[in-house]
Design a binder for this molecule. Structure first.
Ligand code: CIZ
Ligand code: SF4
Length: 319
């Protein structure tokens, strides 16, 4: 604990010395969330992290999250220095959607508008017409459908099929999944609900359809926070990365939050409700990065310009 406090002090001092501001995702360690907020930065989802990074005056931005979040920040602010605590922090959705195969998939469906999730590489974004996060995906797809578009969706199949069920849009899907949300189990969730009949169930739409079907509220991390604040209940079962519990509990100290069940006790569980890549972000790595200026994100400028088009569309749509 003494070491942790010393590291946090060092990070606060270094952020100031470097004129740097920090954004943290809801899924990283509570220490990194608290540091971002205490020092004038932001804790949020990837959409608001991107917007905040773009609009902040600081020329050095520290992104605690996973690789695509740092890349999006760099694409939006090529003149800024973007640092990350650990450059190996990636995402199963990004890894599962290599750009060569993705381009071939798009080539096979030339009549479709390409909508990709933020959790993708710069190369995949560069091929997209629209970028979305879970916070705005429903509204974007609904608007595209109303304008007569047919949609190619990548990479999260669960989020894509949820959006198709909600909007009735004509969609084809890339076959990707988030290893964290894919592990939530409907049968076990039903049993937990029976033990807590008064509880409301909050589910992130990267979860399988049978888990989404048991939800009282389905939505992005921001929507889950909003539901917990406003729903008339004191007990909630939460199906999203358990990093979210920190914000949920600090915003609602008198409410009870229970983690939704995963296949956590089976040998097949790869994540057990916490993203292994988000978990790579730590105080020691962050202090070192600020000290040495290492772990900078670089994006080829021409690629960045192309990848920026669908990101700007999303930011304008949600402004
Ligand atoms: O699961 C993720 O990585 C999420 C929720 C990203 C985001 O959009 O904030
Ligand atoms: Fe990717 Fe899932 Fe981790 Fe989010 S929680 S970064 S979607 S693997």
């Amino acid at each position: 604990p003494a070491e942790r406090l010393a590291l946090k002090d060092r990070i606060r001092r270094l952020l100031k010395e470097r004129n740097a501001v920090m954004v943290s995702h809801y899924y990283v360690h509570p220490d990194l969330q608290d540091l971002a907020e205490e020092t004038g930065g932001l804790v949020s989802d990837s959409l608001e992290m991107a917007r905040f990074g773009r609009d902040h005056a600081a020329q050095t931005l520290v992104v605690s999250g996973v690789r695509f979040m740092g890349e999006t920040a760099k694409i939006l602010s090529p003149e800024k220095r973007i640092l990350m605590p650990d450059l190996d922090a990636t995402c199963s959705l990004d890894l599962g959607c290599p750009s060569a195969e993705f381009n071939a998939f798009c080539d096979a469906h030339p009549d479709r508008t390409v909508v990709v999730y933020a959790n993708t590489s710069a190369e995949v974004k560069a091929r997209a017409d629209w970028l979305v996060t879970s916070g705005c995906a429903l509204d974007v797809v609904r608007a595209l459908k109303d304008q007569g578009h047919k949609i190619l969706w990548a990479p999260d199949k669960h989020l894509g099929s949820y959006i198709q069920r909600e909007t009735g849009a004509d969609m084809v899907f890339w076959n990707g999944a988030c290893i964290v949300h894919d592990e939530f189990k409907a049968f076990e969730l039903q049993a937990l609900k029976a033990e807590h009949p008064e509880a409301k169930v909050l589910v992130h739409p990267e979860s399988p359809a049978d888990v989404v079907a048991l939800a009282d509220a389905v939505g992005s991390t921001s929507a889950i926070l909003n539901a917990a604040r406003t729903m008339d209940a004191t007990t909630f079962i939460v199906a999203t990365d358990n990093g979210m519990l920190h914000k949920l509990r600090t915003q609602n100290p008198h409410k009870l939050f229970i983690e939704a069940p995963t296949a956590g006790n089976s040998a097949t569980c790869k994540s057990c409700a916490h993203c292994p890549w988000m978990a790579m972000n730590g105080l020691a790595g962050l202090a070192q990065v600020l000290e040495l200026g290492t772990n900078e994100i670089h994006i080829d400028p021409a690629l960045g310009l192309r990848a920026r088009v669908p990101i700007d569309r999303m930011l304008a749509f949600t402004a």
